[in-house]
Design a protein around this ligand. Sequence first.
Ligand code: ADP
Ligand code: ZN
Length: 727
Amino acid sequence: MIEDSPFVTAAPVLVPMPAERPYTYAVPPGMRVVPGSIVRVPLGPRQVAGIVWDGAVEAVDAKKLRPIEEVFDCPPIDRAMRRFVDWIAHYTLSAPGMVARMLLRAPEAFDPEPWIEGLQRTLAEPDRLTDARRRVLETAEGGLAWTRSGLAHAAGVSSTVIDGLRAQGVFETVMIPPRPVVAAPDPGHGEPELMPDQRVAADKLRAAIATDTFNVTLLDGVTGSGKTEVYFEAVAAALDKGRQVLILLPEIALTHAFLERFQDRFGAKPAEWHSDLPPRMRERVWRQVAEGGVRVVAGARSALFLPFKQLGLIVVDEEHDPAYKQEDRVFYNARDMAVVRGHIGGFPVVLASATPSVESRVNASQGRYDRAVLSSRFAEAALPDLKSIDMRRSPPARGGFLSPVLLEQMQRTLERKEQSLLFLNRRGYAPLTLCRVCGHRFGCPVCSAWLVEHRFRGQLVCHHCGHNERRPEACPECGTLDHLVACGPGVERIAEEVVAHFPDARTIVLSSDLLGGVRRLRLELEAVANGEADIVIGTQLVAKGHNFPGMTLVGVVDADLGLANGDPRAAERTFQLLSQVTGRAGRTGKKSLGLLQTYQPDHPVMRAIVSGDSEAFYEREIAERERAGLPPFGRLAGIIVSAATRGEAESHARGLRRAAPTASDLFVLGPAEAPLSLIGGRHRFRLLVQGERRADMQGFIRAMLAEGPKLRGSVRVQVDIDPQSFL
Ligand code: ADP
Ligand code: ZN
């Protein structure tokens, strides 16, 4: 469509549903829309918000079209963002409307924020002065407008006192503009004194910002080296240029400490964006980001879809983290899409990690990314001394999971009044329950998975679909009473063992199923940081980014756990997780120790961690990937076919395989039954497409889907480009 043309009578509108292209709507006389305008349109019996899109409309009879109902009074979605939506849709093989839907998830934000009623002091004096009234007048001195409740609260009086003064004309009603969700950050507020190597890295980032063009810098620094301080310099540089900044964090709901640090540096908090935000707050943040009032957002991956007005920098913290991958509807990796966003917007991107992904390391070594390295901890804090415990030689006592070597170090840590962390990436009490008499195992009725016992809750729970049941007294198979046994450990069971050994220690379990949710977890993490616990037992939640000053011992209960699955990234993930979790120790300079309980102390991952030689690990892993043609040297995509019956899923998957075009640089593996062959009652088959780096993966899969069997009955097909999960 042509902007401002008097002849425009129809416009393409992208609506939030799985449509392959925008729909055409009539533009009523007198209505003015431009590409990016957010509009309300009829869709079947409903009204939805959509975005006026680019491109010409098909030649249609405008009289037959349904009209756009309303153009919202909202800044239009800019061209870079529209291209970003199209790019993601193309890359992930998703409907553009489903990508746009992620952008439109704050419906009330499309209308301007209402002004609020306020009170302002007039020249009139009250008839008589009480104590309460005097306080109100003193508080309102200076002529600023107040809300009724805000003034009452600040003056410490009841609202009726305010009403009385208003009735006498001492205050008059004025309208005040909506308040900013956060104050403006000040780049010069708390400038740190950087160490020499931090200075070098910060200068590099500042120079990258100064170019005002797209570039990517990998900020690669050991845990505790001050990466956050350093990338804050990039943030300051972007703010100085008048640009907005997005900082992506993998676990935003838990990063209270991050917000405080940001405030120390910039004098104000960043706006937060994540799924736990109350809806009203979400809408205000969305609106103020669009209008440019919010300068910095710290958010989860979905913050990529906020309609920034002048975005000039994205920082992806813990860039290697698997939490950046969304595996629902639109399958995308926010780290990769942040780079795409920077490319389209023509601005720099910073990827930070102590354990970068192999992909980012290769991009840096091949010159596509710049690299800034911090090789030592801040203020001479030493990295923890790392050792493996050979569980074959120092086995735990019968029925236990902690080796005497680890227990002894815990004892010493307690005596020094320092903190220990035991890490086990398994929620609940035990991953499997069976009957000692008949061998019956408790499985999920609708998934191919064992039920995990959660003893605090007295339940058996499926970690895939959420199914739960009470743990019975008797075996449902043979009826024998009291002969059910728990097999293997979860964090709750480790806690039981710890309490038995150290009954007087303050022990706490931290995992995502803590009663009280995220809020409670945040409080508990603060308590740990304040030294209010002696022994912490946690899942991967505690591994990420936290600063626990008193923590000097980290014990990994089962270092081999992640190596067992057949995922091509198993070694990399294990290396990252174990480096991160042991990196929680000794962050304030005390001597510290990390112990890995393992049955394979000679495994390259264990040796890399214990020797501290991460370069050797990366070299080996990169060579391995190159040899196998795996990412980033080759491309992968998963296709997951699911259906209500096994037969339907299998035959559809086979049909897709047969429909694969012939190509010299791409081939299909499978279909094979997925390792998780049943989830929520749906049977699953997987195909894997593998190919060369430059192969046209999207075109190939599109052809398969177009030529393959039509979607029928309960069959669903999900395409996962660059898969992280192979289950
Ligand atoms: P990383 O993110 O690399 O693990 P952090 O940025 O969390 O490291 O820094 C570790 C600790 O050192 C933090 O408490 C941080 O405040 C402190 N720190 C790092 N650099 C400086 C500096 N230049 N001045 C003052 N404190 C610093
Ligand atoms: Zn289940």
